[in-house]
Each structure stands twice: as C-alpha cells, then as structure tokens.
Design a protein around this ligand. Structure first.
Ligand code: NPQ
Ligand code: MG
Length: 368
C-alpha cells in the first residue's frame, strides 16, 4: 500500500456532564484524529492523548508534534506500508505510544477498507457483541453519585466503575454498595492517587466485594502494587503501569497485577494491545478494554478489540451518549447492556462531515 497523505484534525466535543478523576475535571473532550490517505482508500485513527499530560506524559499538541516531525516522516519513508510494519518503522522514535497508535490504526483502517475486512475479524474477534461498562466520575456529593449510578443501571450498563481519590473512597463506595445491593458488579479506579502507606486505608474497601481496584499507586511503582496486593483481598488491576507486553509480564510475575486494563493508545496500538491480550491469556490473567473518552472513531475500534477471547471482564466500553450529545460518527449505541461489534470494513465507522466540521478546531495535512 502507498500512503499519499496524512491529515491531522484537532476536534473538541462538549461532554454531557463534567467528568472528574483524581487528575482533574474535564468539561469537553479535545482529541486529535489522524486520516491516512492512499490511492484506494482512506482510514481514520484517534489519538487518545488529552490536552494536558495528566493521565500520562503525552498531550495533544505534543503528540501532534511527534507525528508531524518524526512519526509521519518515518512511515512516509517506507517504499510500501502495511499496518504490520508500521510499529517496526516507528521503533527508532522513543515513547509517544498514543501518537504511534493513532497513526497505525489510521493506516490499518485504510488497509482493511481496501481488503473489505472488518477490524474485529483482522484482530481475531470471537463474539458479535460486547457487554457495556461505565466509568463514573468523582461527584460533589454522595446523593449525586447515587443518582448517576441509578441512571447508568437503568440504561443497562452491566458494570459500574467508580473513580476514587483520597477523601472520596470508602464512604462513596459503601454508599453505592448499600444502594445497589450485592448483585451489581462494581470496581474502582484511583489513577495512581495513593501511596503504599495508604494500604490499611485501602483495605477498608475489602468488605464491599469490588471486582478490582485499578491503579491505586503511581505508574512506576510495580513493587508497591505487589506489596499492596499482599495487604488487600480486592484484586489489583493495572492501567497506567502497563505500557508494553514486557511490562505486563513483569506486573503479573511480580504479583503487582491480577488483572490488566488494556488501552491501545497507552500501549502503542491495537497490534501491541493484542500482544498484551495474548501474553495475559498465556498467564491466565483476564483483561478488559479501557476507555479514554473516545469519539466514535476510537470507540468503534475499542469495541472490536473487546471481542477477542481473553477480554473476559466488562470494559470501559460505553455508548457514545455516555459522554457526548453528538458524536462525530454515527453514535456507538448500547442495546440491553450490549454493544454490537462493527461489521463494516476497517473500524466500521467514519466521521460525519457536518459533525466533524462543527467539532473542528484546526487541521493540517502532510503530502508524502
Ligand atoms: C482510566 N478512563 O481508566 C480513564 C482515564 C481518563 C473512562 O475512566 C477526558 C479524556 C477525561 C480522557 C478521564 C475512564 C478522561 C480521560 C479519565 C481518560 O483511567
Ligand atoms: Mg484507569
């Protein structure tokens, strides 16, 4: 396949409600979309970096700079390109996994559209639909939190994830467990807001029968997570810490993680995400697909990934309307708590011209 042009599109979508996590409060989603143009097809990818480096070191304009100056020229220099060779061509550039992932999936989408093959089929999906889970932000009060949870359960979500931080942990989790009863699947995510000295405090979450506690400690603290795991009954899931298949094995073998959250952006792409899925399966460790408040572009691709066999836990795979009144693609929808895996070629969706125009902040194109 010959790449003729790459475009970057900066977009901003208002959120239906503010989304607060331990690293900040978002009122809208600013994202970067990558369009790969070939003589026979175009493909789309989404860079999940946020405007500020709060979740990880990457941020939108840094990712765009890395793409324009290093990553796009590196794939542009290839005589011919397929998605399976993109990763190798980009290894000379250190870091920037979210930027790399966006470029790779845009190229893969173009390639699969040309081949009339859905992304799910290419990745090895084994189910036609995936269960929908929802991530619930930190709220101003417990009654507000219970209202939000009630709304998501009424909508059909099969699993609730509560964002926690010091000062918003035991009391809201207790309140939710008492409110929803024992049958509802609940887990929590701290985005690294605690330290290992909080072990006794975090053990107070044990009575609430949580599926897991996600990333309680800092990204680089595998030893701390292993030590914490010995103090908790609640299983530990790692998100930010797992940046590669090697890191996944380290996390598993050190006892730091019993479960792994896989986000294609965090690990450098859907192919790397599949490798982590495979290595976790080989270790008997279940995985689930994380979310980064994606537009329909990234969301549709995540649904395809979640259909692989070892994605046995419910992911942060929500309908578009969890976050956006108007997505830039036809919305990803949930029916009876399930989201259908796209069956069209490539990622199965593309931006709606008018919606993209409305959300657009700016764009640039590089002819190759
Ligand atoms: C997580 N996601 O699992 C994250 C991180 C996160 C769905 O909880 C705007 C854009 C706000 C991306 C908040 C979920 C965000 C974001 C949180 C990503 O850690
Ligand atoms: Mg997380």
């Amino acid at each position: 396949m010959k790449l003729t042009r790459i475009e970057l599109h900066w977009v901003r979508l208002p959120l239906v409600a503010p989304f607060q996590t331990s690293f900040g409060t978002e009122h809208d989603r600013e994202a970067l979309l990558v369009k790969a143009v070939t003589p026979d097809a175009v493909g789309w990818g989404e860079c999940v970096a946020m405007p500020e480096p709060g979740y990880s070191a990457e941020y939108v304009d840094g990712a765009a700079d890395a793409l324009v100056r290093f990553l796009i020229p590196a794939v542009g220099a290839l005589p011919t390109v397929t998605a399976a060779t993109v990763g190798h061509a980009l290894t000379a550039v250190k870091g920037h996994p979210m930027a790399k992932a966006a470029l790779e999936i845009a190229i893969l989408d173009a390639q699969l559209r040309q081949a009339h093959m859905p992304l799910a089929e290419y990745l090895g999906a084994v189910r036609p639909a995936v269960p929908a889970g929802v991530s619930v932000g930190i709220m101003a009060s417990i009654p507000e939190l219970l209202d939000a949870v009630d709304g998501y359960l009424a909508a059909g979500y099969q699993r609730i994830k509560l964002k926690i931080q010091p000062g918003w942990d035991v009391a809201p989790v207790r309140a939710v467990r008492e409110h929803v009863g024992d049958a509802v699947a609940v887990q929590v995510d701290a985005n690294g807001a605690y330290t290992v000295t909080d072990a006794a405090h975090l053990a107070k979450l044990d009575p609430f029968d949580l599926l897991m506690i996600e990333q309680p400690l800092a990204e680089d603290d595998l030893r701390g997570h292993a030590a914490l795991a010995r103090r908790l009954r609640t299983p530990i899931c790692l998100d930010e810490s797992v940046t590669s298949p090697v890191r996944a094995v380290e996390a598993i073998e050190s006892g730091a993680a019993a479960i792994i959250n896989i986000k294609p952006g965090r690990v450098g792409g859907y192919l790397q995400a599949r490798r982590i899925h495979d290595v976790c399966a080989a270790h008997g460790v279940p995985v689930w697909v994380g979310g980064m408040v994606e537009t329909g572009i990234g969301r549709a691709a995540n649904v395809a990934l979640a259909a692989l066999p070892n994605f046995t836990l419910v992911g942060d795979v929500s309908a578009s309307d969890r976050f956006f009144a108007r997505d830039i693609t036809p919305p990803v929808v949930m029916r009876d708590g399930w989201i259908e895996v796209p069956t069209g070629p490539g990622i199965g969706v593309e931006p709606d011209e008018a919606a993209l125009k409305e959300a657009s902040l700016r764009s640039t194109g590089i002819d190759l």
